[in-house]
Design a protein. Structure first.
Length: 339
């Protein structure tokens, strides 16, 4: 039904407008009695064999929603009913910001991909905190970044601000220095500034009575040498793990006409590279830290390959949009079959 009716209807309109329309519609639908329980019973699979503990958190299953879909924590409760084991919100910045000029989101239908140059558009971290205070039992990751107007020299202050604000309402943190849509942000992936940033966050984290896992989200465009640096940085700073990967700047072998649009590419073209990065990190670190695998998961096989390559958990974004919520159930069924 999703692929034959709902997706063609939604794909007939501007993707960003459709995103906001869908959020509004789901909010209304979930207010109808028994809708939430019906969707949970249809899409959700509860089984002890699906449960896993990663960086001290017990997840009901290994399939999560990646950051970028529910930036402002407006729909995390409703989305959890589709069977996700965890939801990552953000990327959030200290101050609200509009992001880059529209049009900034593009479907590449022939490639089962999306190009976005959103630019960390969000309502600011404090708005998300207010919404997350209503959360009861959903595992939430907080993806944090810096405001566009903040220089890289002062970026650490933005990340620390978001860390402090979100600390009481999220279960783990993700440091996003790998988005290609904020000018010069990826320079923070270089060894010296990244080590400084993560050490500063860890200093504040260890002051807490219960320190929370901090993960680093990396780009798929890093070289093997840079990935080896990432392994060293993770071990030196003792952060909890890595999310591999963010969107790519590569445009190799794309067929869609709008492949020339600037921004980060996500979806099916990223499947192989994201898996390669996961495998490289796992093998060269001797699996010394957990990895969350994300990028081009459009089928249960895509998810299983990332888990086999060394990921402890996986996340969906573009695959969720193209394949629909049934994909979550199919992945969990495939994991159960393998267990």
């Amino acid at each position: 039904m999703y692929k034959s009716i709902i997706r063609p209807l939604l794909f007939g309109f501007d993707p960003e407008k459709v995103h906001h329309f869908t959020f509004s519609l789901l909010k209304k639908i979930f207010k109808i009695p028994f809708v939430a329980t019906s969707i949970s019973s249809f899409y959700g699979i509860k089984n002890k064999k699906l449960e896993t503990e990663v960086f001290g958190i017990k997840f009901p299953n290994r399939v999560g929603l990646a950051a970028g879909f529910d930036k402002d924590a407006k729909l995390y409760n409703e989305l959890s009913h589709f069977g996700f084991g965890f939801i990552e919100i953000g990327t959030l910045t200290p101050k609200p910001q509009e992001g880059n000029p529209k049009k900034r989101l593009f479907r590449l239908k022939q490639d089962k991909a999306i190009i976005n140059r959103m630019g960390f558009n969000n309502e600011g971290v404090e708005q998300a905190v207010n919404r997350l205070k209503k959360n009861k039992n959903i595992i939430i990751g907080g993806n944090i970044g810096k405001n566009k107007i903040t220089t890289n020299e002062n970026a650490v202050h933005d990340y620390l601000y978001c860390f402090e604000k979100l600390y009481d309402v999220v279960d783990y943190f993700v440091v996003n220095v790998s988005s290609p849509n904020t000018p010069n942000l990826r320079e923070l992936q270089e060894k010296e500034p990244l080590t400084k940033l993560l050490n500063e966050l860890q200093i504040e984290n260890t002051k807490k009575q219960r320190p929370k896992p901090i993960l680093l989200k990396i780009a798929p465009d890093l070289t093997n040498s840079q990935l080896l640096d990432i392994i060293e940085i993770v071990n030196d700073t003792k952060i909890a793990g890595v999310i591999a990967t963010n969107t790519t700047l590569s445009r190799t072998d794309l067929r869609s006409k709008n492949k020339v649009e600037q921004g980060g590419l996500s979806g099916k073209p990223l499947t192989q590279r994201a898996t390669e990065v996961i495998r490289f990190l796992a093998e060269n670190s001797n699996k010394s830290f957990p990895i969350i695998g994300v990028g081009g998961i459009h089928s249960p096989q895509d998810a299983l390959e990332k888990l086999q390559a060394g990921a402890s958990l996986v996340q969906l974004y573009t695959g969720f949009i193209y394949e629909g919520p049934k994909l979550i159930k199919e992945i969990n069924k495939a994991i159960l079959k393998k267990s």
